[in-house]
Design a protein. Structure first.
Length: 170
């Protein structure tokens, strides 16, 4: 019985995202919510990959363009564009990732994850510091995103911390 429980614990749920015709996965443990694309307020001196900020329940949250982070070609938002709000509560970090679409939630066994792309075309899934591995399901190769690396890159830009400091100093 314990062996069955150990096998089950290796399967994690992932949110499947679409970007530039390729699929990427985010561990659902980090997903706070999904939001329809909305107006983003520009933020002076923000890094290129930060579109600006939005307010979520009174908190100023940076909006990170995932296409920019992954060096993918840019495109205008469409009706399927989604903001995936990522939350690391222990670190007080909340970031909204802009993706083309959310397509599925699926379980991925840790034993299925490979460090190489298998049969994927190089143009479909670019290797990147933010990709921690690949998994093939059906005939699709899915890149698993390393949310710690991705979000910690974004914490270099923390508008809510800046606003708090300005309020304290005022």
């Amino acid at each position: 019985m314990q062996a069955i429980e150990e096998l089950k614990s290796d399967v994690r749920q992932y949110l499947i995202l679409s970007l530039a015709g390729a699929e990427y996965a985010v561990d659902v443990a980090f997903v706070q919510e999904l939001r329809a694309s909305e107006k983003v307020t520009a933020w002076p001196s923000a890094p290129e990959f930060v579109r600006g900020v939005i307010k979520i329940r009174g908190m100023v949250v940076p909006v990170v363009d995932l296409r920019s982070c992954l060096a993918l070609p840019q495109r205008a938002d469409s009706p399927t564009t989604v903001f995936v709000v990522i939350n690391f509560p222990a670190e007080d970090i909340v970031v909204a990732l802009v993706v083309d679409a959310v397509t599925d939630v699926c379980g991925i066994d840790a034993q299925q994850i490979s460090l190489n792309q298998g049969g994927a075309k190089q143009a479909d899934l670019m290797p990147n510091a933010f990709v921690q591995g690949f998994v093939t399901q059906a005939q699709d190769t899915i890149a698993l995103l390393d949310m710690h690396k991705l979000v910690h890159q974004a914490i270099l830009f923390q508008p809510h911390k800046t606003i708090e400091k300005e309020l304290v100093c005022a």
